[in-house]
Design a protein around this ligand. Structure first.
Ligand code: MG
Length: 176
């Protein structure tokens, strides 16, 4: 992989320019904020593991004036609990068709598609990755998804991938 796609090395100026414009970051949940594994207990309840690094990243983004949204096909209660704990107000859950939900959200917030970033790891994310200004994915995503990403994180989903993207956006905004 091209080292210039990772922060800490010389960031591709085209990616920095895209990141600098971001006012809304939307995140897929399964495979991005988690490692994609879904634990199901004997009662059929789902649990997932989130990473604390991402929570701080979202807080830092909001402090810098960047809105954060989670967009997921999952209707799992664990997602709602974690979102509430982190103060994520834009939670679009049980949304199989992510693009129209995202369009309504960003239009409601008055944010142009070019000023939106999305990070996702699977095919339902592709229409959104193709529509937003900064498209990101994770190392374990299928190639047909990563092909649509301007930036692939070094960290894996559920291991701080969203934090890495948040820091990239914050660094780009601070540099202007
Ligand atoms: Mg996913």
């Amino acid at each position: 992989m091209d080292a210039s796609r990772h922060p800490g090395t010389a960031l591709d100026p085209a990616i920095a320019a895209r990141a600098r414009a971001v006012r809304l970051l939307s995140c897929d949940v399964d495979g991005v904020l988690t490692d994609g594994r879904i634990y199901v207990d004997d009662e059929g309840r789902e649990t997932k593991a989130f990473h604390a690094l991402d929570g701080v990243g979202f807080r830092r983004l909001r402090a810098a004036g960047v809105d954060v949204a989670w967009i997921t096909g999952s209707a799992s209660a664990s997602v709602a609990h974690r979102a509430r704990a982190l103060g994520i107000v834009h939670l679009l859950r049980g949304t199989e068709d992510k693009l129209p939900a995202w369009e309504r959200l960003r239009a409601g917030l008055g944010i142009a598609a070019e000023a939106c970033a999305h990070i996702g790891d699977d095919l339902p994310d592709v229409p959104l990755l193709a529509a937003c200004g900064l498209a990101a994915s994770v190392p374990d995503a299928p190639d047909e998804v990563k092909r649509h990403a301007h930036y692939v994180t070094r960290r894996a989903g559920g291991r701080g991938a969203a934090r890495e993207l948040a820091e990239l956006i914050l660094a780009a905004r601070a540099a202007r």
